[in-house]
Ligand binder design. Structure first.
Ligand SMILES: [Zn+2]
Length: 61
C-alpha cells in the first residue's frame, strides 16, 4: 500500500470533482464532464459525485 503523506505546506491543494463510492473508500477523478453516475471498479456499488480537496496537477499547465 502507498504511504500517505500530508505535506500541505508544500503541495497546493484544489477542490476537484470526484466520484466517491458509497460503499467503500474508493474514489476517482471525474474525467468526462457529462458523466454523472458511475459504478465502483472495486466493489461495484454506485459512486456519487463529490468535491474533494486534491493536490493540484501541474502537468496540464
Ligand atoms: Zn466501492
Amino acid at each position: 500500500m502507498a504511504r500517505f503523506s500530508y505535506q500541505r505546506e508544500e503541495i497546493p491543494m484544489q477542490v476537484t470533482a470526484v466520484f466517491q463510492c458509497t460503499e467503500c473508500p474508493t474514489w476517482q477523478r471525474v474525467d468526462m464532464k457529462d458523466e454523472n453516475e458511475k459504478d465502483c471498479p472495486i466493489c461495484g456499488a454506485k459512486m456519487r459525485m463529490e468535491n474533494k480537496e486534491l493536490p493540484v496537477l501541474r502537468n496540464h499547465i
